[in-house]
Design a protein around this ligand. Structure first.
Ligand SMILES: *Cc1c(COP(=O)(O)O)cnc(C)c1O
Length: 353
């Protein structure tokens, strides 16, 4: 059997959720959209079910997968509904829905409903991606309320730059949100992972941590005690010595500057490892740090074993996990940990804890 696998540490997931909840105070929706950032939504939701106040997903089908798996906690649809016909399922499955746009408001007004919905009404406090502008939020709230189709209305907003501690934008968004909603009743929710860790003034009734649950710290200082949940690993399947000056792999991007011992690893970009990483990107072989050399191919990649004489066929290779932070690989690939984690596929998933 091919040794490529993603080990998912569910005890680490619970540790990170507890840390988030404690740091924020109040309640926390565990964000498990996009298949729990690539970790497996059902397994992650089940692992948190005993303690999570609720879950958040992007859209209805993601929520239905959790309900079908027996998850009974509240589940919020972060994108809300795409058609009025989804509102019936929202009620039937006791889901909560975001209302972030005029059109969604109209759908609710126009659709007969058996019971009131639990709505999270979204304020655009400066990100300008989704939500009602501060000057429009009162009218939206009044329309929802007058429709008789919303029970509880929670007020929410989302930050554009909470992962940049030196940038004033987050404080400005909080102030804009507060000014626009001060006269309205109901619970509030502002903080994603970065705001939860870095912006205490954004803490309200509910937090919405995502990436931090999976142990990738969104802030540059990274000193928050998170535990990585996914270890992406495989093994060395062949070893060869190449002479000084010999090219390695596609495009001969790497040319050996000295006699080089190359380990061939059974994992490639078809498994979700980024093709764009340069020579020198860190990997760990039998827990010892070394580097990628040569271009990543579809099913394989190559690592430098020259200074690891003990390593050979069967040696365990960690692409990211406890030895190699996924943030480090993301930086090498010019992207963020979110994207790398969401992209993992084809490998076997094994759950621990
Ligand atoms: C995805 C998402 C989150 C979680 O964000 P993280 O940065 O992963 O913590 C929170 N709120 C909304 C609206 C989201 O779309």
């Amino acid at each position: 059997m091919r040794p490529a696998r993603a080990l998912i540490d569910l005890a680490a997931l619970r540790h990170n959720y507890r840390l988030a909840r404690q740091r924020h105070g109040g309640r926390a929706l565990a964000v498990v959209k996009a298949n729990a950032y690539g970790h497996g939504a059902v397994a992650c939701a089940r692992a948190l079910a005993a303690e999570a106040d609720g879950f958040a997903v992007a859209f209805l089908e993601e929520a239905l997968e959790l309900r079908a798996a027996g998850i009974t906690q509240p589940i919020l649809l972060l994108e809300g509904v795409f058609a009025a016909s989804e509102l019936d399922a929202v009620l039937r499955h006791e889901l909560w829905t975001v209302v972030h746009h005029e059109e969604q408001l109209r759908m609710i007004e126009a659709t007969p409903l058996a019971r009131p919905l639990t709505v999270w009404l979204k304020v655009n406090s400066g990100m300008n991606r989704a939500g009602f502008l501060p000057e429009a939020i009162d009218a939206a709230w009044q329309r929802l309320s007058a429709s008789g189709k919303a029970g509880e209305i929670t007020l929410m907003s989302h930050f554009a730059r909470a992962d940049e501690p030196q940038v004033i934008t987050t404080a400005e968004q909080v102030a804009r949100f507060d000014a626009a909603t001060a006269h309205l009743p109901g619970a509030r929710s502002l903080a994603n992972s970065a705001a939860l860790l870095g912006w205490p003034q954004a803490h309200r009734d509910w937090a919405r941590p995502g990436i931090l649950l999976y142990g990738a710290d969104p802030l540059p200082d990274e000193g928050h005690g998170l535990q990585p949940v996914m270890t992406l690993e495989s093994a060395v399947m062949a070893v060869r010595e190449i002479a000084e000056g010999a090219p390695l792999g596609y495009g001969a991007r790497f040319v050996a500057p000295r006699p080089t011992r190359v380990g061939l690893v059974a994992l490639g970009y078809a498994d979700g490892y980024p093709r764009v990483v340069p020579d020198g990107t860190p990997v760990a072989v039998d827990e010892i740090r070394t580097r990628i050399i040569g271009r990543v191919s579809m099913d394989m990649l190559t690592v430098d074993l020259t200074d690891l004489p003990e390593a050979g066929i069967g040696s365990r290779v960690e692409l990211w996990g406890r030895n190699i932070p996924v943030n480090r690989v993301a930086a090498a690939a010019g992207t963020i940990a979110y994207e790398l984690l969401c992209n993992v596929k084809r490998v076997r998933f094994e759950y621990l804890g």
